[in-house]
Design a protein around this ligand. Structure first.
Ligand code: GRF
Length: 199
């Protein structure tokens, strides 16, 4: 089968679950890696009988060594594609290079607005009327790679971060698996900053 996916996740892992439950992606997930030994994402992986690995940031002198340790595990598992599903660590440029064009990230805003952590709250605080979800290829620039899929969500009059996050998560779950599937199928063409999905 084409494509051996590693999912990297730090937290609850609802995006991981959406990928596990997807017919195409689910059967290709070969490994789940977390930097948090108690991440709920790891439990979800074990429940689905997917191999897991924990790589704690604090065990390494710097981001480069931390990232290199993950690369080593991914290579040992013959991973071809990497899905960052709420992975709250920045990976090194060497990591990005090792899986160039084969790493996807899901981000809870309409990039390039509100990159980085706490994007849902940042959008609310800014008072924007529309936010959304972006799935993009990962480059060395934080939340800056070519956009594969993006969809907007209106911010409602009495929204708070919790309510908005529920709708954002639902949209993430829908977009992430589609983007990962077309990536593995080799259907994403990148021209400069623009990523185009072939029909
Ligand atoms: C998602 O909103 C993702 O975009 C962000 O962190 C959240 C992770 O959620 N980077 P989950 O762990 O997949 O439930």
């Amino acid at each position: 089968m084409d494509g051996r996916i590693a999912v990297l996740a730090s937290g609850v892992g609802s995006n991981l679950q959406a990928l596990i439950d997807d017919q195409f992606c689910g059967q290709r997930i070969a490994l789940v890696v977390s930097d948090q030994p108690n991440a709920r994402a790891l439990e979800r992986a074990r429940d689905a009988r997917i191999e897991t690995a924990v790589v704690e940031f604090g065990s390494f002198p710097d981001r480069e060594a931390f990232s290199a340790a993950i690369v080593e595990i991914l290579v040992a598992h013959e991973i071809t594609h990497v899905a960052l599903a709420g992975f709250m660590r920045i990976l090194s440029p060497a990591f990005v290079e090792a899986f160039q064009g084969r790493i996807l990230n899901v981000h809870p805003s309409l990039l390039p607005a509100f990159p980085g952590a706490n994007a849902v709250q940042a959008a609310l605080d800014h008072g924007v009327k529309v936010t959304g979800v972006t799935v993009h290829l990962v480059t060395a620039e934080l939340d800056g790679g070519p956009i594969v899929l993006q969809e907007a969500i209106p911010i409602l009059r009495y929204d708070n971060a919790d309510a908005l996050e529920v709708r954002i998560n639902e949209l993430e779950h829908r977009l992430f698996r589609v983007a990962l599937r077309v990536l593995i199928q080799g259907r994403i063409q990148v021209h400069g900053r623009r990523a185009m999905i072939e029909e």
